[in-house]
Ligand binder design. Structure first.
Ligand code: FES
Ligand code: FE2
Length: 393
């Protein structure tokens, strides 16, 4: 079947659809014959039409996996050694050019499996943020594909946000000691919207392997591509991971004063609780500063997630109590970082997060994302005991 005009096919990947199946067509080199693949990276299912072609290889925009003209994964930057064969693209259909048209003989398999969307019924049993108190008009709010009037629902206030749970929640909000600590200064980012589901947004937040690729313009260029092995500890309806990383800290006044090298150690603690409560605590171990990011998502509808980011600072810029200029520039920087993630999320086409392990290709760096998927699966289908109902005999 014809899928594109041959003259339109270049080293710039082109998204096309055949019989409802999203495909990507490209030439690995300017004069090479066209090749066609399912428009989906096997890792996190992001469209390969957002990928770049370089030296005959297709490089995915999210984590930089590289595929050769036959679809074999030849580079997997987050880990050493040869990529596993399963990391390759599903077999490419036979392609030929006839009468100026690129034609394919068959369609690649593309079933993404079952997806956890923003309207999953289980999400009714959870607390969701619906607005910033004192800033947002909350007479009516969008949540899980419906309109709610918070005044008539079960609500609570925490971290300056109003939270709403349509039904008895399975789990409470987590604690954040930094928020209640007067040594920390807090600041909100303006709330943002993503067309991706809250599950995908959360997975993106827990992911570090994308830094060098998605955040190259802000902080990613200096980041290590390889992700060191890390451990994840389970908590009730959640998990936590502590990772020590190297990073460049040119803003540390101690560097300019010659007290410390620019390359420093940082401890990143990720905390996740179902369904979408997230926190990242960044401790600059050498400079003694701490930055905590609270990151919450409001699953508004199948195509919209509202994102609330609150930052808490201690000791940033070499002073215990950072002033308004420091806070402003930190917030502006974080906004630019979030915008890079949103740009990536805007290229996504799937309306939800796959929860079945076999529908994506997980590698070692994805341990946190794998834990989150397992926890969300249990959240979506909790046992009778977890719901507080007597088990059937
Ligand atoms: S490399 Fe493609 S989604 Fe991760
Ligand atoms: Fe990111």
């Amino acid at each position: 079947m014809p899928i594109a005009r041959a003259v339109d096919v270049s080293t710039r990947p082109l998204a096309v659809t055949a019989a409802g199946v999203p495909l990507v067509v490209l030439r690995p080199e300017p004069d090479a014959e066209p090749v066609v693949f399912a428009d989906r990276c096997p890792h996190r299912l992001v469209p390969l039409s957002a990928a770049k072609v370089e030296n005959g290889r297709l490089r995915c925009a999210y984590h930089g996996w590289e595929f050769d003209a036959a679809g074999k994964c030849v580079e997997l930057p987050s880990q050493d050694g040869a990529p596993p064969p399963r990391a390759g693209l599903s077999p490419a259909p036979q392609v030929r050019v006839r009468d100026g048209m690129v034609e394919i003989s068959d369609l690649p398999p593309t079933d993404p499996g079952e997806l956890f969307t923003n309207e999953d019924p289980s999400l009714r049993r959870a607390w969701h943020p619906v607005g910033i108190v004192g800033i947002d008009d909350m007479s009516e709010v969008e949540l899980l594909g419906q309109t709610y009037r918070p005044a008539e629902e079960r609500t609570q206030e925490r971290w300056g946000l109003l939270w709403l749970a349509p039904e008895e929640p399975l789990t409470e909000l987590f604690d954040d000691p930094d928020h209640d600590d007067l040594n920390y200064v807090g600041a909100w980012l303006p709330p943002a919207r993503s067309p991706a589901s809250a599950g995908i947004v959360a997975d993106n937040f827990l992911d570090t392997a994308h830094f060098p690729f998605v955040h190259a313009k802000t902080f990613g260029a200096a980041e290590e591509k390889k992700v060191e092995r890390y451990a994840v500890t389970d908590e009730p309806w959640g998990c936590r991971s502590v990772q020590d990383q190297w990073f460049d800290n040119p803003e540390d006044p101690g560097v300019a004063a010659g007290l410390r090298p620019v390359r420093q150690r940082r401890r990143a603690t990720y905390v996740y609780r179902a369904p979408f409560q997230l926190m990242l605590r960044l401790e600059e171990l050498d400079a003694g500063a701490v930055k905590t990011i609270l990151f919450f998502s409001q699953p508004e509808s199948l195509t919209s997630t509202r994102i609330y980011t609150k930052m808490l600072f201690h000791g940033i810029g070499g002073v215990a109590d950072p002033g308004p200029d420091v806070i402003r520039s930190e917030v502006a920087f974080e906004e630019a970082v979030l915008e890079e993630d949103l740009d990536l999320q805007r290229t996504l086409r799937l309306p939800g997060l796959p929860l079945r392990m076999r529908d994506e290709l997980h590698v070692r760096a994805d341990l946190l994302g794998v834990h989150m998927r397992r926890i969300l699966s249990q959240f979506a289908q909790p046992s009778a005991a977890a719901l507080g109902r007597p088990a059937k005999d």
